[in-house]
Design a binder for this molecule. Structure first.
Ligand SMILES: [Zn+2]
Ligand SMILES: [Zn+2]
Length: 474
């Protein structure tokens, strides 16, 4: 089939793109990345951050936007949602291994994991991405969020799989002249069937020549389509310099913490300044010998039909509270219109005011009423209960906390609950900077847990994980 250059240019879409949510590995802000893609004339774009989906919302909003960061009118583009997962042999193995180099030097390294690109075709696929992302962070985490083949088998439905970069299992097998590359390809093909692609990248690196000439042969032998990508880690070519410095910090950290699982090192992983969002022309030129690899990106774009919902209800962590007779009676007598959780907070808050010797002071009572009315009207009671729970655990564990942080110092409700230690009326601090209906949703209050006190902080986080069963005694 012959394609005109114009058609080819319009057929290419970037399907392997990292944002700053690829922690310590890539720098693009999703909004700026999308603005740039629109400027280059792309009508679709995927993001595939390492092991997490944290950038998806910002990406979806930017892709749907009709104005760019400068306020100019732009067209929305199709957004495709993926991850580049870390695939290890077994997520339960969480210890370093000792390897010996050719000189006989012993070195500690984390267990090897491979890169694998997964894109959501539909809702089922997106649910499966979420499931795997959760498992990788909670059960599979060992320096990085990891999955293994058993997990992939369970959650592969609705996903397109691409064999990723030189750190993918297939390229790694080719480069290490293992003789089981065909078995590996067969394994992927059996699982993903027509949704499995062999990825080819060209960042002008020697190893790529070897890996990808072999991948092209295997593509013909197994009749598996090729997919051309550029491993985007920064937006423009001039960002390569800052990206080098950025990843240097990651490699330094990895060396200090028992060695990277990545056998590459900084000098070879990104040695050429080619990891930017290339134009369609540049990509077509890079793959002029294998134009099907370019055309197939359009096939993938068409397969991906998942519509990311831009409107999300806020889901607060649900905290259980102990309800005793005293609280029930108090609520029924004075505030029957409040829910039990609202009554719980008000009861604690008024108890706090009494302890401060201010329960007869009209200014304080009026201010407290005003604040709680706003908090309850905005439906933030679960958030306040969660904060109270964290502070209680910190107090129990003697974790040092500061008096207050930011606009939260303006809340008498927080002060009477003992979450902050500053009397806002005494210092003339206003509540509205912290919370007001006009500010809309999305406020947050950072608890002033001391930053250099990491060990007890980690203990607190562990303690609060089972939110559903957390109890607060009145
Ligand atoms: Zn990769
Ligand atoms: Zn990548």
């Amino acid at each position: 089939m012959n394609y005109s250059p114009y058609e080819i240019k319009n057929d290419f879409t970037h399907l392997h793109v990292h944002t700053r949510f690829s922690i310590r590995d890539a720098i693009p802000n999703p909004k700026k990345l999308v603005d740039h893609a629109k400027k280059l004339g792309f009508d679709a774009l995927a993001i595939t951050d390492h092991g997490n989906m944290g950038g998806h919302h910002q990406f979806a909003v930017a892709a749907a936007a009709t104005r760019n960061s400068d306020g100019d009118e732009v067209n929305p583009i199709k957004s495709i949602f993926g991850i580049e997962a870390y695939l290890c042999n077994n997520i339960t193995v969480k210890e370093s291994i000792v390897i010996e180099d050719s000189m006989g030097n012993k070195k500690s390294r984390r267990p090897k994991h491979y890169h694998i690109v997964l894109l959501a075709k539909n809702e089922k696929g997106y649910e499966n991405l979420k499931a795997m992302s959760y498992i990788s962070a909670v059960d599979g985490f060992y320096y990085e969020p990891r999955i293994d083949w058993d997990i992939l088998q369970k959650y592969h439905e609705g996903l397109i799989c691409s064999s990723a970069c030189l750190a993918g299992e297939i390229a790694h097998s080719i480069l290490n002249t293992n003789n089981n590359t065909k078995d590996i390809i067969d394994k992927y093909k059996q699982l993903f069937k027509d949704d499995f692609y062999l990825e080819v990248q060209w960042h002008q690196m020697e190893e790529e020549t070897k890996a990808y000439s072999e991948i092209m042969n295997l593509s013909k032998e197994f009749n598996i389509p090729l997919l051309a990508t550029n491993d985007v880690h920064y937006i423009t070519q001039s960002d390569a310099v800052i990206h080098d410095q950025f990843v240097a910090m990651k490699f330094k950290r990895d060396e200090e913490q028992g060695g990277s699982s990545d056998t590459r090192n900084l000098s070879s992983a990104y040695k050429k300044p080619e990891f930017y969002l290339k134009t369609a022309d540049e990509m077509v030129n890079n793959f002029s010998d294998n134009i099907s690899a370019i055309i197939n990106t359009r096939e993938v774009v068409e397969k991906c039909e998942f519509n990311y919902p831009l409107e999300h209800p806020i889901i607060w962590p649900a905290c259980e509270i102990n309800i005793d007779n005293e609280l029930s009676e108090w609520r029924n007598k004075y505030f029957p219109e409040l829910s039990m959780k609202q009554a719980f907070l008000l009861y604690k808050s008024m108890g706090g005011l009494k302890k401060l010797g201010l329960s007869k002071n009209k200014d304080y009572i009026d201010r407290l009423k005003y604040e709680w009315n706003i908090i309850f009207d905005m439906g933030y009671e679960e958030y306040f209960i969660t904060q109270l729970m964290v502070v209680n655990i910190c107090n129990e564990k003697n974790v040092l906390m500061g008096p207050a942080r930011g606009s939260a110092a303006g809340s008498l409700a927080l002060y009477t609950l003992g979450i902050t230690k500053i009397d806002p009326l005494k210092f003339g601090l206003i509540f509205e900077r912290f919370l007001n209906p006009g500010r809309g949703i999305g406020f947050n209050h950072n608890l002033p847990i001391m930053e250099n006190n990491t060990k007890p902080k980690a203990d607190v986080v562990k303690t609060i994980q089972p939110m559903e069963t957390a109890k607060i005694e009145i």
